[in-house]
Design a protein around this ligand. Structure first.
Ligand SMILES: C[S@@+](CC[C@H](N)C(=O)[O-])C[C@H]1O[C@@H](n2cnc3c(N)ncnc32)[C@H](O)[C@@H]1O
Length: 229
């Protein structure tokens, strides 16, 4: 699994952002959770500090904290400047401005870095990538996937999405994915197909509105769950 670091944008979200993105309740937060493509999010670090347990899986974890931080520092200004140049694409409410977003992203990566080496040793940060993950069937109750599936629909085709969701449903009872828009702020072309596929297989499928919106119009989350009733 060779990953090229200079293709990655290691931007991570906080636990509070994950809670809002995925409508996570206190009951949810006490479940067995896996974060897929968690990258340098601080969700795992903050959850661990609160005595909860999350496993994060990402190909990025083949790199050291110094390498990840260096890559972040290389790209951060460029990305913030791109956002400043496209003011109509973003909603400044949770993050109040591009500069506020920048300082929030710095806080998140610092939190991640301070937890990373310990978390690797205790198998909370695991190297792996969709569409094949090395976990047991139904090892988790919830699988979260933030800012990977649907967002990168131009790079990842429908078949990759289908195989990835299948794999997440193999290892977890329930899957939540956010956002449902592509990088071009369009609804993902793969979304309807995925919804129909799992509805036809008698999964409970729903789109939930969430409180968080940064990409304009990106305030919906997809939930797919095994019908256990
Ligand atoms: C934009 S970042 C999102 C990070 C985090 N989920 C968040 O929302 O803060 C996308 C992440 O997906 C990871 N990624 C790329 N391809 C992947 C794959 N096939 N399986 C799992 N993760 C992947 C990248 O390494 C990167 O960390």
């Amino acid at each position: 699994m060779a990953m090229v670091l200079n293709k990655v944008v290691p931007f991570g979200r906080s636990m509070d952002e994950y809670v809002k993105i995925f409508n996570l309740t206190n009951t949810d937060l006490n479940k067995r959770i896996i974060g897929i493509g968690d990258g340098p999010a601080s969700f795992n670090a903050e959850m661990t500090r609160q005595g909860k347990r999350v496993v994060s899986v990402d190909p990025l974890y083949q790199f050291s904290s110094a390498e990840i931080l260096q890559r972040f520092n290389e790209v951060v200004d460029n990305i913030i400047n791109q956002m400043k140049a496209t003011p109509n694409d973003w909603v400044w409410s949770y993050h109040q401005s591009p500069d506020d977003l920048r300082s929030n992203r710095i806080k998140v990566i610092q939190e991640f870095i301070s937890d990373y080496e310990n978390g690797k040793k205790s198998n909370r940060y695991v190297i792996g990538e969709l569409p094949n993950l090395e976990f047991q069937n139904q090892e988790f109750e919830i699988a979260l996937c933030s800012h990977l599936l649907f967002l990168y629909s131009d790079q990842l085709n429908y078949n990759f999405h289908l195989k990835s969701v299948d794999e997440m449903l193999r290892i977890a009872q329930e899957v939540r994915i956010f956002p449902l828009l592509t990088l071009m702020l369009k609804p993902s072309p793969h979304l309807d197909g995925i919804i129909e596929y799992y509805k036809a297989k008698d999964y409970r499928v729903s789109i939930e509105k969430v409180e968080y919106e940064l990409q304009l119009g990106g305030n919906q989350m997809l939930k797919i769950a095994r019908d256990v009733t």
